[in-house]
Design a protein around this ligand. Structure first.
Ligand code: NAD
Ligand code: ZN
Length: 357
């Protein structure tokens, strides 16, 4: 038996207003003539947060366009731009949702690795540690702040750069940064966490490590999405910790059916991760009966619309593409359905599921 020996985030600061400590945190990581690069979610362009970014000397603030989820060519272009302009940098700080954090991780890695980020999509292919990197979430749910991957869409696949060099050196968990998130977005990203919990807690890979974090994250998700009344600061506080714990839970287990199917949607149709997972989860009674019932309760309670009929009119070839992407996610299926998963999730069955979405 080979036990997973995983690399965790180096430093964690948590609390409302902890963003104000960023300047002090970065100080010891500054190298002569090498700037800090702040990659900030484009949502914050013109917003007050930008004035609070602790820029010094030749530091650079770049707004990250996350209209689409991160692509390998976007990562390569950003890393090349920084190499051309500065040679080297002291660090990359990603401030935003899962997309911006993933971009920051990938760019930090590509500052010290040659070729294209597409060469490193897979498991343990990254050769060199990246530059210092910091993750600062402004949406809660993906767990990207703690994970050892950065999900990228490349020329042939949507797959992360999974490696021990990928986790952030530092994360700043300041729930105040989530205060302006629109209810729909907050829900979709929050449900990513809820779905991580259900997939982890019902999976065959489960152990006490994953269960401890998964149980806690699930409890927090319930407190947030099943409570009565207005959204408050306390909800943001809880959801940020749920995201962290949910990420820790899957670090030692795996996600499952909702993610495997949603990856196919996102590859073919560009459906975003959070909403894609919700679209799929809505139809997974057979696999997660209790989780899906509770998910539907959350949808209703929070007045959220989950799109339907997104696969209507797709061609056979398009269904094949989605199925190939999905069935390629072997560990996810094995976690969800056991070693015998291929006999359970046949192509016919998966096709029927996609047709329902
Ligand atoms: P996102 O980062 O894609 O952002 C969604 C939208 O919300 C964007 O328009 C963004 O500009 C906006 N936004 C961000 N913060 C905001 C705020 N505070 N207020 C208002 N708007 C805000 O959304 P996400 O759900 O956090 O992340 C999804 C991404 O994370 C996907 O690319 C997915 O592949 C990735 N992901 C990564 C991991 C991992 O372990 N690395 C895990 C799950 C998902
Ligand atoms: Zn997810």
């Amino acid at each position: 038996m080979q036990f997973r020996n995983f690399k965790m985030v180096g430093y964690v600061v948590y609390g409302r207003g902890s963003f104000n400590q960023l300047n002090e945190i970065l100080a010891t990581h500054r190298k002569p003539n090498a700037p800090m690069i702040f990659l900030v979610d484009h949502f914050f362009e013109g917003k007050e947060l930008v004035n609070r970014v602790p820029l010094q000397q030749n530091d650079k603030l770049i707004f990250a366009d996350v209209t689409y989820e991160p692509k390998t060519k976007q990562v390569d272009a950003l890393a090349q731009q920084l190499k051309d302009e500065f040679g080297t940098v002291s660090g990359v700080i990603g401030i935003g949702g899962g997309s911006t954090m993933d971009l920051a991780k990938a760019v930090a890695l590509m500052m010290n690795n040659s070729g294209s980020s597409a060469d490193y999509q897979g498991w343990d292919l990254v050769k060199q540690p990246g530059v210092y990197k910091v993750g600062i979430p402004t949406l809660s749910g993906t767990g990207a702040e703690v994970s050892r991957t950065t999900v990228l869409t490349g020329p042939t696949k949507k797959l992360g750069m999974n490696s021990d060099f990928t986790p952030f050196d530092q994360i700043v968990l300041d729930p105040e940064l989530c205060k302006d998130a629109p209810a729909n977005q907050r829900f979709y990203t929050g449900m990513d966490c809820y779905i991580h919990c259900i997939e982890s807690l019902t999976g065959t890979y489960l152990n006490e490590f994953s269960k401890s974090y998964g149980d806690k994250a699930l409890q927090l998700c319930r407190e947030v999405f099943l409570s009565d009344g207005e959204w408050t600061d306390e909800h943001d506080d809880k959801l940020m910790m749920a995201s962290y714990a949910g990420g820790m839970s899957i670090a030692y287990s795996q996600v499952g059916v909702a993610h495997a199917v949603s990856y196919g949607l996102s590859y073919l149709l560009g459906t975003k991760h959070g909403i894609g997972n919700c679209i799929v989860m809505n139809h997974l009674e057979e696999y997660y009966p209790e989780g899906v019932a509770e998910f539907k309760q959350m949808v209703q309670k929070n007045n959220i619309d989950i799109p339907e009929g997104i696969c209507i009119g797709l061609t056979d070839e398009q269904f094949e593409t989605m199925m190939n992407v999905s069935l390629g996610m072997k560990p996810l299926w094995e976690n969800a359905l056991g070693k015998n998963w291929e006999a359970i999730m046949t192509r016919e069955k998966l096709r029927a599921l996609y047709e329902k979405l």
